[in-house]
Ligand binder design. Structure first.
Ligand code: AMP
Ligand code: MG
Length: 352
């Protein structure tokens, strides 16, 4: 299959862009797949109500079929069409955060095929905050199932070129809308339990959800690597986001972290390995390694989230064999950053 790439400027959806989106919508209606930008990461879209489309998504990504897909909608009324009942929390949360990086789990009705939900009786739903995505959802008939548009296990794509790298030849179309704004996937909150529970941290933080709902819990398996519990979002148990070279997180006092990483980097470089470091504004100039990436000021966790997956991909592009990263605060958006970083590192953490 030849994959067509079309470029669309989110801030200037002119007539030719509208035509391209109509064509992309038709591809989805016909059971094909289209990668498209959202505000979080690029998604790999298929018709959420067509079981064959969902099967194609799993095949193109190499994704285990028990890992359910998120259904993307363009209006709140459409939620009511695919769930058994709209929980009152969903109304409050959609008012506060949609369109936006928040996915809600609700009980599905039988319009949603089990292929889309990985066999579950629940369905994950989100309204993305990206004009290209919203227009595409409408053109496709209202319901697009879309996981991140990467090969399963690799870092999620924040640029269209990484969708091409992983999916070219496997899907009909890629819509290039430039670099995404947020850079980590949506927060997932389960509304089917007694108390709403965060299953995956993201840009919408625990405190933001609490402000709207009052009581909110967090699935402990999200951060706690030693936990023997099974994560409630099936996808969270899989190896994820991993760069090709081994990544280790080093946490502790800044001076000690610098000293430790420089020492290990020196050893590895002497042994002929190419070494990368994920550094922050204050430390970047003090590392000695083949490639040092400054992901920004450590207090600005949203900026770090924006850069993280891109940097992991760049390490692959640049042939990095071994990499080290500083650790980040586990609060606010930092919780999403650390969750993704821990997975990328296969939970290899050195505490100094
Ligand atoms: P991705 O689409 O790559 O961002 O992954 C979607 C995430 O949502 C995975 O971690 C899934 O396990 C999770 N997810 C999707 N649907 C459900 C559901 N019905 N219940 C719990 N988790 C879900
Ligand atoms: Mg993913």
């Amino acid at each position: 299959m030849i994959t067509e790439t079309v470029t669309i400027d989110e801030n200037n959806i002119d007539d030719s862009a509208k035509k391209a989106l109509q064509r992309a919508g038709q591809i989805l209606k016909d059971g094909g797949l289209v990668a498209f930008p959202t505000e979080t990461v690029y998604g790999l879209g298929g018709d959420a109500l067509n079981p064959l489309s969902s099967k194609k998504i799993y095949a193109a990504k190499g994704r285990p079929s028990d890992n359910p897909l998120i259904v993307h909608v363009a209006c709140m009324e459409d939620v009511g069409k695919i769930v058994s009942a709209v929980p009152k929390e969903a109304l409050k949360l959609s008012e506060a955060f949609w369109p936006g990086p928040l996915t809600m789990i609700m009980s599905r009705n039988d319009k949603v095929p089990t292929e889309t939900t990985g066999g579950l009786d629940t369905v994950a739903i989100r309204m993305p905050d990206n004009k290209i995505a919203l227009e595409l959802i409408r053109a496709a008939g209202g319901f697009i199932a879309a996981p991140s548009a990467n090969t399963s296990g690799r870092p999620s794509p924040t640029l269209a070129k990484y969708c091409e790298e992983d999916l070219s030849g496997k899907i009909e179309m890629i819509i290039d809308g430039g670099q995404v704004g947020i850079g980590v996937e949506s927060t997932i909150v389960d509304l089917t339990s007694d108390t709403p529970m965060i299953l995956r941290p993201g840009y919408i933080t625990l405190d933001m959800l609490k402000e709207v709902l009052g009581d909110v819990e967090v699935d402990r398996t999200i951060i706690d690597s030693s936990s023997a519990l099974k994560p409630k979002a099936p996808g969270m148990k899989y190896k994820h986001y991993a760069p090709k070279g081994e990544l280790t997180i080093v946490e502790g006092e800044q001076e000690k972290v610098l000293e430790y990483i420089n020492k290990r980097a020196q050893e590895q470089m002497s042994a002929g390995k190419k070494v990368g470091v994920i550094a922050t504004g204050k430390t970047a100039l003090s590392y000695r390694a083949d490639v040092v990436k400054n992901v920004g000021d450590r207090d600005n966790e949203a900026a770090v989230a924006h850069e993280l997956f891109k940097v992991l991909r760049e390490f692959d592009d640049e042939g990095i064999d071994i990499s080290f990263s500083e650790a980040f605060d586990d609060t606010g958006v930092g919780q999403a950053v650390m969750n993704r970083l821990l997975k990328a590192a296969g939970h290899r953490v050195i505490s100094l």
